[in-house]
Write a protein that binds this ligand. Structure first.
Ligand SMILES: NC(=O)C1=CN([C@@H]2O[C@H](COP(=O)(O)OP(=O)(O)OC[C@H]3O[C@@H](n4cnc5c(N)ncnc54)[C@H](O)[C@@H]3O)[C@@H](O)[C@H]2O)C=CC1
Ligand SMILES: CC(=O)C(=O)O
Ligand SMILES: [Mg+2]
Length: 629
């Protein structure tokens, strides 16, 4: 990721040094200024022999956010900086604000009081030396994933306008309409494999963070490099800035994004359409991961692009796959075969992009296990109870969200259970006695003691709790609460990492991390290496099944339903191989580099895994050779 300092040759460095040395000494400049009444050194233009990112990386010329719009156009900088142009006083104010916040920030982390300080140190390393950064991250993934990814990345996004030092990635704003097709050429890499794009409208469970949401795209791509071995020179974090509806940011003089309300409707769509056309024109083989778009647009954009472009929505599709793997694990943990999955009663709190994604995938998986026909699909529907901000969703609700409609309980059914439209979560859990309680609500503490007490009457021998909302403070409950109230026999998973819980008698309450990080890197890598033109449901299903099968029987029986993050590279390799295999079987694979479609078809399972492994980038210094051309 970033701007390839390694590509600066000794020649370009020494010529830039020579140019600087040719620049007049300040004393000589002062004398010359005195000779002229009209021109001072400050107002005289500087001759610059470089353009684009080379300027941003030259501390002599770099003005950061203070480059004016015309300068950005003249110097090929459009899109390489956040859109809000600042003057030098504002820049200093922003810097000082952040400097003075250091002590406060140190207390902000949920569990690690130094998390933001660690992020800063890692980020500075990322700016200085990419290979070393990724080596540190890969070799210490358990320790640093919570810093570059959830939960700390949430804190980073909340404070991004203050933390911003060097730009990373591209910014496409509403002001860039009509320019995007040329702007993409400001990015220095001729090959980009992976883009993670957000519009900042729903960052983790933290709401609309506007332009500051670029932190999540950067964090996800860090995992692409560390887990999937995508070459960091070929990843691109993108922020599409269509404004923000966050009142605080709209009023903040130090905010780096457009201070206007979000575009909506056709205007919004035209910006996203233009962005998609531009990136696929320059990089026809790129894969675009949509991340943290508010539900309102997440589904619409997925439907709009999924059959034309190589893209997927991680919150809808990645999360669904991870949840399915966990739900199947929870069935196995009860000592029951997976075929029993369609008998599970599942209460889902949250009907947004993530919740609905999980519900659709779980229903399809049940239907497949029941015979894969229409009646199986219909009967699977009755296994779910969905509670959103307004309570239990039934067909009695007016103005029901079309995505949630298939999961609305029939009024008669609800009546029979003593439930009604809008029933609260405690009532629903009491009446349904579910096997699984799954939270994707972004409401920290939603699984209150009362809800957990109600779950004691679950008909399952091993009730499962998935508190999947991020970051840590948004988790629906903590593992301590769950194990303390319900005992050691439960299955527990959370979206952000928690420590295992020490229980009495030396027993351990295992806390699984149920996060889409176990799938999205493998989905991206498998798509890239298969050369599939689109990402099909089958490819996503293959990824989920691979993750489910990764866990051994004895682990699952101990309550360990997701792997340890320390093996994420190995899991990702297997997931990517499963995606490649499925793409080949569905005749979607067109090959990658010298591996053409016909040859891909001839590979055995083992050879596919090897092929994937051989194409994963490793953080090792290459030998550098000077070439004078
Ligand atoms: N663990 C993981 O891999 C993932 C976790 N997430 C997390 O899921 C959460 C939700 O994400 P989205 O679905 O995109 O958000 P969203 O904002 O689209 O949906 C939130 C849903 O929760 C509902 N809700 C709000 N208050 C509620 C309450 N008191 N009781 C029940 N439901 C309530 C809302 O009505 C809405 O349906 C976020 O915290 C996000 O970080 C999202 C994707 C992946
Ligand atoms: C993990 C993730 O994608 C989210 O919380 O939005
Ligand atoms: Mg997300």
């Amino acid at each position: 990721m970033g701007f390839f300092p390694s590509q600066l040759t000794r020649a370009s460095l020494s010529s830039s040094l020579a140019r600087r040395l040719r620049r007049p000494h300040p004393a000589a400049a002062a004398a010359s200024a005195a000779r002229s009444l009209t021109t001072t050194e400050g107002s005289r233009p500087s001759i610059v022999h470089k353009r684009s990112v080379d300027i941003l990386h030259d501390p002599w010329f770099n003005k950061g956010t203070a480059f004016t719009v015309t300068e950005r156009d003249r110097l090929d900088l459009r899109g390489l900086l956040p859109p809000n142009v600042m003057n030098s006083e504002q820049q200093i104010e922003r810097f000082m604000f952040d400097l003075k916040r250091l002590e406060v920030n140190a207390r902000d982390g949920a569990r690690d009081t130094n998390s933001l300080a660690k992020w800063r140190i890692l980020n500075r390393l990322h700016d200085r030396n990419e290979i070393m950064y990724y080596k540190v991250l890969s070799e210490n993934i358990e320790e640093y994933a919570p810093i570059v990814y959830t939960p700390t990345v949430g804190l980073v996004c909340q404070n991004y306008s203050g933390l911003f030092r060097r730009p990373r990635g591209m910014y496409f704003s509403a002001e860039d309409r009509g320019e995007m097709m040329s702007m993409v050429y400001n990015w220095p890499a001729d090959q980009v494999d992976m883009i993670v794009v957000t519009d900042g409208s729903r960052i983790l469970g933290l709401g609309d963070l506007g332009i500051q949401g670029i932190g999540i795209a950067i964090g996800k791509l860090d995992l692409y490099v560390a887990a999937a071995g995508i070459n960091p020179h070929r990843v691109l974090p993108v922020m599409i800035d269509v404004g923000t509806n966050n009142e605080k940011l709209l009023k903040d003089p130090l905010y780096l994004g457009l201070q206007q309300e979000r575009l909506d409707g056709e205007e919004y769509l035209s910006v996203i359409d233009e962005f998609m056309r531009a990136v696929f024109t320059r990089w026809p083989n790129v894969i675009v991961q949509f991340e943290d778009f508010q539900s309102k647009w997440a589904f619409k954009l997925l439907q709009r692009y999924r059959n034309t472009y190589r893209m997927f929505n991680d919150d809808v599709q990645g999360t669904a796959g991870v949840a399915i793997a966990g739900l199947l694990g929870a069935v196995r943990a009860q000592g029951r075969p997976m075929i029993d999955f369609p008998k599970q009663k599942i209460v889902v709190a949250g009907a947004g992009s993530a919740g609905i994604g999980v519900l659709n995938a779980a229903r399809k998986t049940m239907a497949r296990l029941l015979g894969n026909n229409e009646s199986a699909f219909e009967s699977a529907r009755s296994q779910f109870w969905v509670v959103d901000a307004l309570g239990l969703i039934t067909e009695d609700r007016s103005d029901i969200d079309p995505e949630a409609l298939p999961f609305a309980r029939k009024v008669r059914e609800a009546d029979r259970q003593g439930l009604r439209e809008g029933a609260n979560l405690v009532e629903v859990v009491k009446k349904v006695k579910p096997d699984v309680l799954l939270g994707l609500s972004a409401v920290g503490g939603l699984f209150s003691n009362e809800v957990l007490e109600a779950l004691k009457d679950s008909t399952s021998t091993r009730p499962a709790i998935f508190a999947m909302s991020n970051p840590t403070k948004n988790a629906e409950c903590t593992p301590e609460q769950a194990f303390t109230i319900l005992g050691d026999h439960i299955i527990f998973a959370s979206g952000s990492p928690f420590k295992n819980v020490d229980l009495e008698d030396g027993k351990i309450g295992h806390c699984n991390q149920g996060n889409n990080m176990y799938l999205f890197p493998g989905i991206g890598l498998g798509t890239l290496l298969s050369g599939a033109r689109i990402i099909s449901d089958g490819m996503l299903q293959a990824a989920a099944e691979c993750l489910a099968a990764y866990m051994k029987e004895e682990e699952v029986l101990r309550g360990v339903i997701y792997p340890s993050i320390s093996s994420i590279r190995d899991i990702t390799k297997e997931v990517a191989a499963a995606v490649v295999k499925e793409a080949v079987e569905e005749d979607l694979a067109e090959g990658y580099r010298s591996m053409d479609a016909r040859e891909l078809k001839r590979l055995s399972q083992e050879e596919i895994v090897k092929y994937v492994q051989n194409n994963m980038w490793n953080p090792v210094y290459p030998t550098l050779v000077y070439k004078n051309d």
